[in-house]
Design a protein around this ligand. Structure first.
Ligand SMILES: NC(=O)c1ccc[n+]([C@@H]2O[C@H](COP(=O)([O-])OP(=O)(O)OC[C@H]3O[C@@H](n4cnc5c(N)ncnc54)[C@H](OP(=O)(O)O)[C@@H]3O)[C@@H](O)[C@H]2O)c1
Length: 389
């Protein structure tokens, strides 16, 4: 029986995790659930899964949740301290890190420090502080299992590589659907609305990652994530457009073998892999029907259409604080696009301007990374204000 804490249980990954967990009551017990603003949804989850701890954004929401959970033994907490208490809960051995954005960094680092098994969906944590998180995992003996479907696919193609025969890998190939604007005329991109940007052709996801998928910043963040997770230089990680999202990523070995993981585009597959690891458990996902597949297509990513890939690759090569600057600027710009303050094509323009304005430095500590994160957000906000005038 594994005891689970789900950070971000009211989100897309969080709900899919609960779906898989509820299929295996003999294998998993939910010990802690965390949300930010969706109090009613969290209350329903608490009534169903009876966690020891539930966490929300602030004291007001905590009061609301307590009122919805009368006669419940669930302890209600709030804020960062609450998130940290949830991951540190003695009974918790497995943490699903599924908060969106930089907000997921601190609890994920705490889970690493405490040596828990981390199922990592929150790619932004690794993008911001790759070296720090990987060092922490190595030091504490924590287990880090990737949940992002591409990284999970690569992980599944590397079982024999656990002893780090890095030289046997020629390259990693990250597949990308290309998102909703793969074939849209470039001249009309400045008129894209938040609804259009969030309508992903193959995956149902939260708003931020949906917008990131449409600009392909998501793939850029994944490139940086793969670099840290698999200790691969950015130059050995390629991005391949594969619109059907059937092959979730590949590993090319020096002998010419190319290993891939295939499956329906359903996040319950990588989630079940992480939850069940090292065993396989059912996920509830449909089995892929090879006979119905027809054609699978592959093409190069067009860097003019998707400049985010170039920015992320440059940041990956520079390392230091550059990925944290990229991530913070992108989060601010995406949020401003979603609220209507800036246009769609301005998202990546703002990220580029922030990267030009702030020099990359060696990331010396977590405090340093957080300081740079704040500076990049302030700088992005200045550019956003200029755009909205
Ligand atoms: N969705 C996917 O298919 C997918 C695939 C691969 C990787 N990922 C990664 O998984 C992470 C989650 O993605 P998602 O699509 O599940 O996002 P989502 O649907 O937007 O859910 C985000 C979750 O984080 C909580 N949250 C938001 N801001 C927070 C804050 N400041 N402090 C604490 N909690 C906060 C939300 O709470 P409330 O809703 O209660 O406000 C919600 O539970 C992201 O890093 C994403 O890149 C997602």
């Amino acid at each position: 029986m594994r005891n689970i804490c789900i950070l971000g249980s009211t989100g897309s990954i969080g709900e899919n995790t609960l779906d898989v967990v509820s299929r295996h009551p003999d294998l998993f017990r939910v010990r802690a659930l965390t949300a930010h603003t969706q109090i009613e949804k969290l209350a329903k989850q608490c009534q169903q899964y009876l966690p020891d701890i539930a966490v929300v954004a602030n004291a007001t929401y905590a009061e609301k949740l307590k009122n919805l959970l009368t006669n419940s033994s669930t302890k209600v907490l709030h804020g960062n301290e609450g998130l940290i208490e949830a991951v540190m809960h003695l009974e918790v051995d497995t943490v699903m890190a599924a908060i969106v954005g930089a907000a997921g960094l601190l609890p994920t680092l705490e889970a690493a420090k405490a040596g828990k098994r981390i199922l990592l969906a929150n790619k932004e944590a690794l993008v911001m502080s790759g070296q720090i998180l990987m060092d922490m995992v190595a030091l504490s003996g924590a287990e880090l299992l990737p949940i992002d479907s591409e990284h999970n696919a690569i992980y599944q193609c590397l079982p024999q590589m656990k002893n780090a025969h890095q030289h046997e890998i020629a390259e990693l190939l990250l597949t990308a659907s290309g998102g909703p604007f793969l074939n849209r005329s470039m001249e009309t991109l400045d008129r894209v609305t938040p609804e259009e940007a969030c309508a992903h052709p193959n995956w149902v996801m939260g708003k931020k990652i949906s917008v990131d998928s449409s600009t392909m910043m998501n793939k850029g963040l994944e490139l940086i994530e793969a670099m840290w997770l698999f200790q691969m230089p950015a130059q050995k990680i390629q991005i391949v457009i594969h619109p059907q999202s059937v092959i979730h990523s590949l590993v090319r070995y020096v002998d010419g073998s190319l290993l891939a993981q295939l499956g329906e585009p359903d996040m319950r597959i990588p989630i079940a892999y992480g939850l069940g690891w090292p065993n396989r458990i059912t996920s509830g996902a449909k089995q892929l029907n090879m006979m119905e597949l027809g054609q699978l297509n592959f093409m190069k990513a067009d860097l003019q259409r998707f400049p985010a890939i170039r920015l992320a690759r440059d940041a990956a090569i520079l390392k230091g604080t550059s990925p944290a600057i990229l991530n913070a600027a992108n989060e601010e710009a995406v949020e401003s696009f979603l609220t209507g303050a800036i246009g769609y094509t301005q998202i990546i323009q703002i990220v580029e301007k922030v990267l030009e304005k702030i020099n990359s430095e060696v990331a010396t500590s977590l405090e340093h990374v957080l300081e740079i994160d704040r500076l990049a957000r302030q700088t992005a906000q200045q550019f956003i204000r200029e755009c909205s005038r």
